[in-house]
Design a protein around this ligand. Structure first.
Ligand code: ATP
Ligand code: MG
Length: 415
């Protein structure tokens, strides 16, 4: 018996129904905002993530599934979606199509972290990227789209926190101030932070162990006038879009490429795995990866965690509407045709095994959750008909000619 790998899981019904519902809500909302789907590979050159996400980030330094393939190539399973989208944008000149470069993706991400509830080694993200628009309206649109998506999916009780990390200029001066602060406290830092503060001081503020404490005490980043204006414009537009949010000046996010607006959506319902979605602006990334100067903003949402939030909420019933039962072989062929006709008419239908006894088939019909059983017994077989038996409520059993069955059932179910 071979089991699945630790941290990798099967998503079974009804949880898989939740995934599908979330994805359907996402596709609908993306359509309203002019986002189109980009399907990028799950494997990329390792250096793509090292260069974009950053070599001092947790997901690249500690959590990446990277390996050398048979041809000696350094490969990695994508730990996040943005680098692949940016690579595709550059590789296919997607800024030159004359249409907005607004893209969404839905797919697996891989991170070798300690598995626990809401934290897996393969998990699903839905993400959105808008490349090429520097204006605060793009920030406000991106964040409000995320909030609408969560609402559409049926998620309640989330809070949005935002902050601005400034541009590279604001960051350059802050880096020195923060570094001085961290050096003073170097012996109180965890091992990995001590090792990386010189290379990336901001990362210490996002550290899972020391981050909250340091962020509370550390000097705050001062925004240049242009960044301050961008941040206040973003907030004005968010308010205009009816999005509730809180400014959290300690929010820094763990990735290297963020500039200006960063944000996180949290819930109180998931214990320590409380981050539902997160994102931010990355004005310098496309250029630094060899593309044109193209400011951008995006986010990623954890579908596994959203599914946890929706579990236990009333879900649409996706049991078959009809269950077909037949007495032995010849009737079985008619029953099979009947199911074909029902489905062609848009009525879901299921069966068990026509060679079993009628009684046993009826037991399966009862368990299936179907509204009615369509029975082709010996009598019905002779007259080319089926009997319609209500399974969920009282109702008269009726015999209907087989050719009329789909339209009769349709009326019955709608009525
Ligand atoms: P966390 O703080 O929980 O580790 P993160 O900051 O690493 O989250 P991001 O890189 O921002 O997460 O990814 C966006 C979203 O993807 C998260 O808000 C979360 O919902 C989801 N996510 C991240 N890592 C995992 C994981 N290992 N398993 C399931 N979902 C995850
Ligand atoms: Mg993480």
């Amino acid at each position: 018996m071979i089991n699945s790998l630790r941290g990798f899981r099967d998503i079974l019904p009804p949880e898989s129904d939740l995934f599908a519902r979330i994805e359907a809500a996402a596709r609908e909302v993306f359509g309203l905002y002019g986002y189109r789907e980009l399907r990028v590979p799950t494997l990329e050159k390792k250096e793509l993530f090292v260069k974009s996400t950053g070599d001092t980030t947790d997901i690249v330094e500690k959590e990446m599934y990277a390996f050398t393939d048979g041809g000696g190539r350094e490969i990695a399973n994508r730990p996040e979606g943005t680098p692949g989208v940016v690579r595709a944008y550059i590789e296919h000149n997607l800024g030159q199509t004359g249409r907005n470069a607004k893209f969404f993706y839905i797919g697996s991400m891989f991170r070798a972290e300690r598995p626990q509830a809401g934290r897996y080694r393969e998990f699903t993200q839905i993400g959105a990227e808008y490349i090429g628009n520097p204006s605060p309206a793009a920030d406000a649109e991106s964040i409000s789209m995320l909030v609408r998506l969560l609402e559409k999916a049926g998620v309640e009780g989330c809070s949005v926190e935002i902050n601005s990390l400034g541009c590279s200029e604001c960051r350059r001066s802050y880096r020195e101030i923060l570094l001085a602060f961290l050096r003073q406290r170097s012996e109180t830092l965890c091992e990995p932070c001590r090792a990386r503060i010189e290379r990336n001081p901001l990362r210490a503020l996002d550290c899972k162990t020391d981050g909250p404490r340091l962020a509370a005490e550390a000097p705050k980043l001062a925004l240049c006038p242009a960044c301050a204006e961008h941040f206040s414009d973003t907030q004005r537009l968010l308010a205009a879009a009816g999005v509730g949010y809180k400014v959290n000046t300690s929010l820094v996010r763990g990735l290297d490429y963020y500039t200006r607006t960063v944000f996180e959506v949290r819930t109180t319902a998931l214990g320590s795995q409380d981050a539902v979605a997160a994102g931010g602006r990355y004005d310098d990334l496309v250029k630094s990866m060899g593309g044109p100067a193209a400011p951008a903003i995006g986010w990623a949402m954890g579908v596994d965690r959203v599914a946890m939030l929706l579990a236990g909420k009333p879900a649409p019933d996706n049991s078959p509407r009809t269950f077909v039962v037949a007495a032995a072989k010849e009737a079985g062929d008619k029953a099979f045709e009947l199911m074909t006709a029902l489905r062609a008419a848009g009525i879901s239908s299921d069966f068990s095994n026509f060679t079993l006894s009628l009684k046993s088939q009826m037991r399966s019909a009862d368990k299936s959750g179907a509204s009615c059983a369509l029975i082709i017994g010996e009598e019905e077989f002779k007259t080319n008909a089926c009997s319609v038996k209500h399974l969920k409520e009282q109702g008269e059993q009726k015999t209907v000619p087989l050719p009329d069955a789909p339209s009769y059932i349709k009326k019955l179910l709608e009525g």
